[in-house]
Structures are given as structure tokens and as C-alpha cells.
Write a protein that binds this ligand. Structure first.
Ligand SMILES: NC(=O)c1ccc[n+]([C@@H]2O[C@H](COP(=O)([O-])OP(=O)(O)OC[C@H]3O[C@@H](n4cnc5c(N)ncnc54)[C@H](OP(=O)(O)O)[C@@H]3O)[C@@H](O)[C@H]2O)c1
Length: 333
């Protein structure tokens, strides 16, 4: 309940600051940047002088249209916006993308923004789609990009930043529903009928937050690993995310609610850019950012009490094992 008051306050009263940090000389990856928040984040980065912006998209033609749009609207040379193929539901695509990223002369920041939302269960090779894309794909890419950002930071002396676009919707689910006293969490929650289908999106954002807290805890900001890792939420924004099949009535309700409540993607994208700002303090490491502020633990998810911290550890260990099967040594980098 407290969360809903905070959400209303955030959506209706908080003015998300325009970002002004300078990204001169910097290279930044933005996933899912052909549309929505990713596209607007890439546009902000272009405006803020990033030397190279890599649009990581699953359909190259959509990425090329986005790149042309950014270059035209910001009046920058087309060569500053590159389009690379990336399918976050495909482990080979993710590992190939990371391999390509390792050839960059420098990589200063990455915004892992690509994500899916659906009220209905869909599967990708036997894995529930939110778990496949928003959690496994995102954490795999996070782990593969971390050493590249770290190496770049040690070469350039400029601290790396890595952020995953989460959601405050994670506050709406009950973490105890993830527990499996008899064994592993993943096979249970991946089974049909265990979690309410309409809640998978929120669970996926909770699980990726758990995993990222663990990645951050294992890689504290130091001379050896000069990379600040965060999860952040843009707040509710008007985008194509809710493209799910809905009844005409539900579509109308949603359109009215969003028109009153939601931010534009330009405003929401400011929070993505804030999370990779060169000025982001090391204190943000491992934190959840909302309205460009690190959230203090105040809801069950963020509190290190009840089940959440033990559960986060158990889940992350399981997820890391899954990822090791896909990309051996990825979790040890
Ligand atoms: N909008 C909101 O209210 C809100 C609130 C909190 C958090 N978020 C988060 O913000 C992020 C961006 O969402 P958005 O609102 O901008 O939605 P969007 O307009 O639907 O954009 C989602 C992006 O992710 C890409 N994507 C989806 N599946 C992919 C895959 N398998 N491989 C590569 N790219 C994939 C999409 O590519 P295609 O165009 O090819 O499908 C698209 O570029 C998501 O992580 C979302 O969960 C959004």
C-alpha cells in the first residue's frame, strides 16, 4: 500500500531532471533502442556528445531507421550511431554480441534496456519468456559486458557504468511466492500454473534485481573493478511495452490511466541516462534507482529481512549455475 502512494507521488509530482552530463569521447551500448525508452536514451546520449552510441537491436532495419532518426534530430554524423544485432532471447546472439563488444577500443557504459511484457504465458525453448529475456538474457549480457567495461575503465581511467532497466513493479509481488522449500526455485517458477501468469513481468524484474545485487556484491567498485552496477526504473511511461493482446475495454482503461499517469519516453529515458552518467557516485553500486535517486530499503523486496536476502542469494546461485552452462566462466569474470 505504501508503494502505491510513493508511485503516485513519483508519477504525478516528481519532475525528472533533464540530464546534462558530458559523454564526450565515450562509447555507450543501449539494448532495445529501436523504439521506446531505449531510443530516447540513445537520443539523449547523442545530445550529450557521446562519441559512439551502439544501438543493440533484434531487427537491424528497425535499428537503422532509429539511427537515422537520431542522427537527423541531433544533427550528428551518422557514423556516431552504430547498429548491432542482438536477440536477448538467444544465448548465441548474446555471446556473439559480447565478443564483438570486446573488440571496441573503449566501452564506457551500457544500458541493458531490452525487455518484454505480456499478461499471457509464452515460452522460448521451454523457458517462460519473461524469465528468458528479462532475467536470463539480461544477466548473461551483464556478466559478459562487465569485464569489457572493467578493462576499458582501467585503460581510460574513466569509471564504467552498467545499468539494467528494472521496474518498480517488482514491489507489487510477494517474494515468498518464489520459495521452494523442496528444492530449486527456477524449475518450479518456470512451470505452468505456479505463479499467476499476469505477474511474470513483475517477478522477472524482482529476479533480475536480486541477481544484479549479487553481481554488484561480488564486484565491489575498486581499482580492479572500476564499474558501478545498478538497476533502475524509468517509472510508468507511454511506450509500446503494453502491446499485448487486450480486450477493447482493457485497452481503453489502460489508455486513460496512462494519459493521466504516465511519463513520455523522453522523460523516462532521462532516468536511464542518469544511471550511466559519468558522475554517478560509487555509492550507487548495487542500488535500485528511482527518480534518479538510490532507493532506501523501505519495501519488503529491498529490506534485508524476511526471506528476501536469503532468497536473493539462493536465486542468484541457481541463475549463475544456469548461466555457467550457457557461457562457462561468465560468472567468474
Ligand atoms: N514503459 C514503462 O512504463 C516501463 C516501466 C518500467 C520499466 N520499463 C522497462 O523499460 C524497458 C524498455 O521498455 P519500453 O517501455 O521502452 O518498451 P518497448 O517500447 O516495447 O521497447 C522494448 C524494446 O526491447 C526490445 N526487445 C524485446 N525483446 C527483445 C529481444 N528478445 N531481443 C532484443 N530486443 C528485444 C524491443 O525490440 P522490438 O521492437 O524488436 O520488439 C524494443 O526495442 C523494458 O525493460 C521495460 O521493462 C518500462
Amino acid at each position: 500500500m505504501v508503494y502505491f502512494f510513493d508511485l503516485l507521488y513519483s508519477q504525478l509530482l516528481v519532475k525528472v531532471p533533464q540530464q546534462t552530463a558530458d559523454f564526450t569521447h565515450q562509447t555507450v551500448i543501449v539494448t532495445g533502442s529501436n523504439t521506446g525508452l531505449g531510443l530516447e536514451a540513445a537520443r539523449h546520449l547523442a545530445r550529450l556528445n557521446a562519441a559512439k552510441i551502439i544501438l543493440a537491436v533484434r531487427t537491424l532495419s528497425k535499428g537503422e531507421a532509429a539511427a537515422a532518426d537520431i542522427s537527423k534530430s541531433c544533427n550528428i554524423p551518422a557514423s556516431r550511431v552504430e547498429v548491432w544485432q542482438l536477440d536477448m532471447s538467444n544465448k548465441d546472439s548474446i555471446t556473439a554480441f559480447a565478443k564483438r563488444a570486446s573488440t571496441l577500443p573503449r566501452l564506457d557504459a551500457a544500458i541493458l534496456n531490452a525487455g518484454v511484457f505480456s499478461f499471457k504465458r509464452q515460452e522460448i525453448d521451454g523457458t517462460e519468456a519473461h524469465l528468458a529475456v528479462n532475467v536470463i538474457g539480461a544477466t548473461l549480457l551483464e556478466l559478459l559486458l562487465l569485464p569489457i567495461l572493467r578493462d576499458s575503465a582501467s585503460r581510460t581511467g574513466s569509471r564504467g557504468r552498467l545499468t539494467l532497466v528494472g521496474s518498480d513493479m517488482m514491489y507489487t509481488v510477494n517474494p515468498t511466492e518464489l520459495q521452494n522449500p523442496d528444492g530449486a526455485i527456477f524449475p518450479r517458477i518456470n512451470s505452468r500454473g505456479v505463479l499467476p501468469e499476469g505477474n511474470y513481468y513483475s517477478y522477472s524484474k524482482l529476479l533480475v534485481y536480486y541477481a544484479t545485487r549479487r553481481v554488484a556484491a561480488l564486484n565491489p567498485v575498486s581499482e580492479k573493478s572500476n564499474v558501478v552496477i545498478t538497476v533502475q526504473t524509468p517509472g510508468a511511461c507511454k511506450s509500446d511495452l503494453f502491446r499485448d493482446d487486450m480486450s477493447v475495454f482493457m485497452k481503453a482503461v489502460q489508455a486513460i490511466a496512462m494519459s493521466i499517469f504516465a511519463r513520455s519516453t523522453e522523460v523516462g529515458a532521462r532516468t536511464l541516462v542518469h544511471a550511466v552518467s559519468p558522475q554517478l557516485p560509487a555509492e550507487a553500486h548495487g542500488g535500485f534507482l528511482m527518480d534518479c535517486q538510490v532507493q532506501k530499503p523501505k519495501y519488503s523486496v529491498a529490506e534485508d529481512n524476511r526471506v528476501s536476502s536469503e532468497q536473493a542469494k539462493k536465486w542468484s546461485e541457481e541463475l549463475f549455475e544456469l548461466i555457467e552452462e550457457i557461457a562457462p566462466e561468465a560468472t567468474k569474470a
